[in-house]
Design a protein. Sequence first.
Length: 232
Amino acid sequence: MAEGFDAATSIVTTCVGPVRIHTMGALGTCFIALPGMGQGAEDWGLIMPTIMQKTSEAFRVVLPDPKSNASAAASLSEFAIVRDITTLRGLIRYTLHETWLLDLLPEDGAKVVLAGHSWGGGAACRFAVAHPERVSRLVLISPDVQYCVAQAMAKTGIPTLLIWNKNDPINPYCWRRRFNGHPSLTLITTSSGGHFVVDDHAEKVASWLNEGDVHPRVAEASELRGSCCVLA
């Protein structure tokens, strides 16, 4: 039992050092979910059992705890508004902070479902832009993401579920427009839960995952790096 939900806990050695992870399910498509800033694996762990129960596809869920390693943890410098200032709205590119996620991916090169809430949503987008060949689908809840990153992510064509509370007090609902032009985006607007991951999200995520994966071609990383502020 880990932090209020049933999962196995272990330590994984990554390029930035050891990171604690919680796993659910032994076989299936790898599903990695990143929490909001200052939160742990429970951010997603509490709704994952419902998602796994309601989907027809089997998943091996990996819930990293970025707080377990200072080099992986979220920082204020990664807030979208701060990044907009420090990168002159994307004109200056920066090194990808989420490279450590590569060490959590399947060794056989299989694609993963990548999810993120708030800071974790921004991190998931940045990683998807740098490594679109490793991500099959994205699940984002009120992501804290720069406009330039959201637009670059849209160009990947990765099928994306975007859940946003119209009354979100932290990341405003109008930020959904940062993803305008995404050819494979599903937007679900909610009115409960504020900025947090809540039980109601589980049904929505499961329903979307069950719809299948018939979508346009996913772009290669080499097609994206020249037009975005994220570097691999």
